[in-house]
Ligand binder design. Structure first.
Ligand code: ZN
Length: 511
């Protein structure tokens, strides 16, 4: 409401203009009906958005919260990613790590449409997708009001002809989006991945002409979905969330399936009236999508649903500004999300706030393979960082801007780096910490290392049954330092590639 004083002080014509400029719906309908459209694009290389003309995606990103580094499931295989997109849980729960569909668990972890109906039995939902095993094992449990299915492999002879399966799915969804009281619509587009795989994966690349041609088509399909929403006669009384992600990205020649950034980092876009526009920090992960959809629809998930993930895009987000006497590391104890229960089946958590190019994961204390391992610190602590010993190394890192501390650094500062490291009894731990300082030009100006060798006290500790060792290093910070990199990684060379760590800390203080 406008203050009465202001209204009476204005001339009549100015008052009329002022009232006319107020958005109508603020007066007419203060509470609008939330509705959501989930869009899935298989095999979506994030750099392709900037490299290709994509007006519909650009529109979603312009007013949306987005990331081009969202983390796919670690297997980067379609079956895992399609199911995570629909269910909002990682593959160790939904049971589909790959394309074999050997132990699907969709009865216990059904698609979001079924969860919505559980919370709100009158909800109206529609699911459109084209993959037979998903149809049989996952969306069979979707409890959708409208179920749209075309078999991808009946239409994949030519991805660019009139019978594009993605276009058929959108054809079927458009009238529902335009005219039906839909609460939640799901559209899963599979053909971009198909084009990427052509000719021995030669087209799986952001700069590839054929890949871009298909992405332009997909963008046009998304544009048709958005136009259908815009055409709704009830649009003014509705709040629409349009949310988009993928199952994996990919690379030329390899396709996908590796746990590497070019396969694992994918787009994630949240377009809603409440979304804080801009890049999301820390980067989201695949199961965040379902949580965000339920949040928008006003559904508080039942704890018994066992959903993973978090709501994305609701508040502006950025890495905190560096400050003195505070731990500069984000998520320093792997507590920011749930840990996995050991390495069985090789799930690899994406570790929030860290660059995580390989096989470092967040693991639950006391879980399989770690039943004797307990938190080392007095503080309550559920997870730790661990490098999968069966894989060839692991590494996570954070780079922190120190320019806000320039005056303090000129006056004289010291750095304290600390961690606890552990490894299997009888082995040299595979892990070490490195800290590197860089000047404004990016030249390295100082470093320190926290590590243990074969004769380290950790080995002695192990013989006494102690799995952890605290390590601390203190050093001067060069006055010209403007950024610092903190790296937890497996040591190079032969030896175990396993090990675990917790309570990572990097503190800069005045001397
Ligand atoms: Zn895929």
């Amino acid at each position: 409401m406008l203050p009465t004083l202001l209204l009476t002080a204005l001339p009549v014509t100015a008052l009329a203009a002022l009232l006319a400029s107020q958005p109508q719906e603020q007066e007419a309908s203060p509470v609008r009906t939330p509705r959501a459209l989930m869009i899935f694009v298989d095999g979506f290389v994030p750099d392709a958005i900037a490299a290709t003309e994509t007006p519909a995606l650009d529109r979603l990103m312009a007013d949306g919260a987005w990331s081009l580094e969202a983390r796919a499931e670690s297997t980067t295989i379609s079956g895992a990613g399609w199911t995570t997109f629909l269910t909002g849980v990682h593959f160790d729960k939904h049971g589909i790590p790959d394309n074999q569909f050997l132990s699907p668990n969709a009865e216990q972890f059904p698609p979001v449409t079924a969860r919505l109906k559980e919370a709100r039995p009158g909800a109206i939902t529609a699911v459109a997708q084209s993959w037979e095993p998903i149809h049989r094992h996952v969306t069979a449990h979707a409890n959708a009001t409208h179920s749209i299915y075309y078999d991808f492999y009946q239409f994949d002879e030519d991805y660019f002809d009139d019978s594009s399966v993605d276009a058929l799915l959108v054809d079927a969804m458009v009238p529902l989006l335009r005219g039906e009281p839909l609460d939640l619509a799901v559209v899963m587009l599979g053909e971009l991945d198909g084009v990427g795989h052509l000719e021995g994966n030669q087209h799986y690349h952001a700069q590839d002409e054929l890949y871009q041609r298909k992405l332009r088509q997909i963008d046009a399909e998304i544009g048709r979905l958005l136009a259908a929403i815009d055409a709704r006669s009830t649009k003014a009384e509705e709040d629409w969330l349009v949310i988009l992600t993928a199952d994996h990205a990919g690379s030329r020649g390899r396709g996908h399936g590796l746990n590497i950034p070019s396969h694992r980092e994918m787009p994630f876009i949240v377009s809603a009236p409440w979304a804080a526009p801009g890049r999301v920090w820390p980067a989201p992960k695949a199961p965040d999508l379902v949580r965000t959809v339920l949040h928008h629809l006003g559904v508080e998930p039942d704890l018994g649903w066992g959903l993973d993930g978090a709501v994305i895009g609701a508040a502006p987000s950025a890495r905190p500004t560096a400050a003195l006497d505070a731990n500069l590391l984000a998520n320093p104890g792997a507590e920011a999300e749930r840990g996995f229960r050991g390495f069985t089946g090789h799930p690899d958590a994406s570790i929030l706030g860290w660059s995580d190019p390989g096989w470092m994961s967040a693991i639950e204390y006391g879980s399989e393979g770690f039943t004797d391992l307990h938190a080392s610190a007095a503080a309550p602590n559920q997870h730790f960082f661990a490098a999968d010993p069966s894989k060839n190394g692991a590494r996570i890192l954070q780079r922190i801007d120190l320019s806000p501390l320039a005056d303090d650094l000129a006056a004289g500062c010291q750095v304290t780096a600390s961690c606890v490291l552990g490894g299997l009894p009888g082995e040299v731990t595979g892990l070490r910490v490195r800290v590197h300082f860089f000047d404004a030009e990016g030249e390295e100006v100082a470093d320190l290392v926290l590590a243990m060798g074969e004769d380290s006290p950790l080995e002695v500790g192990h013989q006494g049954g102690r799995p952890w060792m605290d390590l601390v290093a203190v050093d001067l910070v060069p006055a010209e330092a403007r950024s610092v990199e903190f790296i937890l990684e497996t040591t190079p060379g032969p030896g175990t590639k396993g090990g675990w760590a917790d309570d990572l800390s990097l503190v800069i203080s005045r001397r």
